[in-house]
Design a protein around this ligand. Structure first.
Ligand code: PNS
Length: 163
């Protein structure tokens, strides 16, 4: 049974991420969900601790999954937790372009390998960015995120009609 690191910004976690976590558990056994800063994205909607809490609440039914925040590089996090490799989810060809470049670079600088898992076709259109956008305008995102995330978003942005 391997330990694998599933790093991401998870701002917020959505059902596509849950699919990748569940696939990783089935394939590899132990999964550490690494909540990290993406230097290419702005500060974000939730801080790292809030994201951690929401992920923990959402995956509590998966005992072999841990959630941990990391500063710095994903490859350093891999070494810190003695993971065998990085796992990433792929939704589209666009994701593949970005992930392939990151995987090659991570391998070049550290020797750490990355494995890609395809998201369920029904979930490929979900993105944290659009969830944030819809929630900010009081839209309904309950079909896109786990219940603890929906509850947290509803506290921040009361859904239309309940304000
Ligand atoms: O969910 P995201 O935003 O696509 O996740 C991207 C993330 C956080 C995994 C990526 O930005 C990352 O690995 N950040 C840590 C910094 C790092 O290792 N950079 C080197 C990239 S080759």
């Amino acid at each position: 049974m391997a330990i694998v690191l599933y790093p991401g910004s998870f701002d917020p976690l959505h059902l596509g991420h849950i699919d990748v976590i569940e696939q990783s558990v089935a394939l590899f056994g132990k999964v550490v969900v690494g909540v990290m800063h993406n230097p290419g994205k702005s500060t974000g909607m939730f801080d790292l601790e809030e994201r951690n809490e929401m992920i923990r609440a959402s995956i509590s039914y998966l005992p072999s999954v841990k959630v941990q925040a990391f500063e710095g590089l994903a490859v350093d996090a891999v070494k810190q937790i003695k993971a065998a490799f990085i796992v990433k989810g792929l939704r589209t060809g666009g994701d593949f372009e970005v992930e392939q470049q990151m995987a090659h670079t991570n391998h070049a600088v550290s020797g750490v390998r990355t494995v890609y898992l395809p998201c369920k076709p029904a979930l490929v259109s979900i993105s944290s960015r659009f969830i944030r956008e819809i929630a900010q305008y009081g839209g309904d995102v309950t079909s896109l995120v786990p219940a603890p995330v929906a509850a947290q978003l509803a506290k921040l942005f009361p859904p239309k009609g309940n304000a």
